[in-house]
Design a protein around this ligand. Sequence first.
Ligand SMILES: Cc1cc2nc3c(=O)[nH]c(=O)nc-3n(C[C@H](O)[C@H](O)[C@H](O)COP(=O)(O)OP(=O)(O)OC[C@H]3O[C@@H](n4cnc5c(N)ncnc54)[C@H](O)[C@@H]3O)c2cc1C
Length: 453
Amino acid sequence: MTALDRASIADLSARFSGVLLRPDESGYDDVRRVHNGMIDRRPALIARCLGTADMADAVNFARTHGLELAVRGGGHNVAGRAVCDGGLMLDLSLMKGIHVDPVRRTARAQGGVTWREFNRETQTHGLATTGGVISTTGIAGLTLGGGLGWLMAKYGLAMDNLLSAEIVTASGDIVRASNDENDDLFWALQGGGGNFGAVSWLEYRLHPVGTVTSGLIAHPFAQARDVLGFFREITSSGLPDDLAIFGALLHAPDGAPIAVMIACHCGPIGEAETALQRIKKFGTPIMDTIGPTTYEATNMMLDAGFPRGALNYWKSNFMMELSDQAIHALISQFAKCPSPMSGLLLEHIHGAATRVGVSETSFPHRRDGYNFLVVSEWLNPADNARNIAWARESYDVMRPCFAAGRYVNYLGDDDGEDAVAAAYGPNYQRLRVLKAKYDPTNLFHLNQNIRPA
Ligand SMILES: Cc1cc2nc3c(=O)[nH]c(=O)nc-3n(C[C@H](O)[C@H](O)[C@H](O)COP(=O)(O)OP(=O)(O)OC[C@H]3O[C@@H](n4cnc5c(N)ncnc54)[C@H](O)[C@@H]3O)c2cc1C
């Protein structure tokens, strides 16, 4: 921060509509914190932007002063790339503008909006688009990396519903990208994460989504083999697009291990009842919360398991099938799980999310299958080593069952360039060429970084 003197901050401050925070100022410590309590970084300056002009000024300021630049949308990324040590944190968390056009069925939202805030506005009009399954996640980071969620089998991934974006590029220019304008940049934004600039606005296509039928059905851990076998059977026998199901090994609120299926059917209630009957009738569940509710509530049903500030270490990989070997490995690993907050998840992907060409967007994973995710989560820093070791071991024992690809939004702080290449597969080289065009000096490198060609 030696290059950064008070005079230049004062110069930026004179134009800035938002708030500039330095380490000795009140509020700094709260704002620099992100969702994952493992991340403890101290930027030299936090620029709390109120709009696109603030963002452009802050990007220019970071570039001209040679500062590292981190962009924070919702701050949920487990790798913690939204905050840096010693550089400038471009904080969008005050940028909450949302405008819904119920006639065109579109919504424009600023880069600091979370899914909870977004759904609240769109659901007022009986509309929604695919978002994440936890409502406190930011729309920007999630969408730019892909966006898996309850509505993906019906309406595609979050980024498949992106119509346009406004972006501040590394040169400080404010550019619009869509299929009709800067279409190469738009292609890159649909999966390429925060590599191409800071996105100020995102415009989405919305769909009529009112009452959905959703919830969680839990069985004792002793039945896990049968439950996962049944989950495999139903997910590989052609689910309707209206129905998304995740399988998981989790803990009940009393800490008991359980085998669960979590489902959301976004079609008419009658059809949902028929589609979900088989799942509800399977075995002898100890809990069944599946029933009609709002999409907004569905998006919040798992929130309590992911408190801000908890310590997180995640690992994930795509899988094409759920073999007996995988089921055995899942069960034996979960039996060793050291934290009641942790779980092993299988996010099933099918339907509209898979009916897009591999290179139509920069997100290439378009086959039916599962995203396997180790969520290692705990509260006491003294337990860091064993919870991280369990996550790594769980990932390693599942390795023989993996497909080639990885999901960029779940990559961790210690996943390197190979993991980024695996996340983009056949689209990686084109992304590197576009990175060279839009960010040749790699100003935006605090992300899952695509190095300029
Ligand atoms: C509890 C939890 C639940 C999750 N659930 C899901 C899920 O259901 N589906 C799913 O697909 N993913 C899920 N994720 C992963 C999530 O998609 C990523 O963590 C995503 O990066 C979060 O976006 P964010 O804006 O909150 O994060 P941030 O940490 O703010 O940012 C993440 C990355 O995106 C960049 N970025 C953020 N905003 C912008 C912007 N406006 N312009 C340019 N770059 C930006 C950042 O620089 C950073 O590199 C979940 C994560 C957590 C912790």
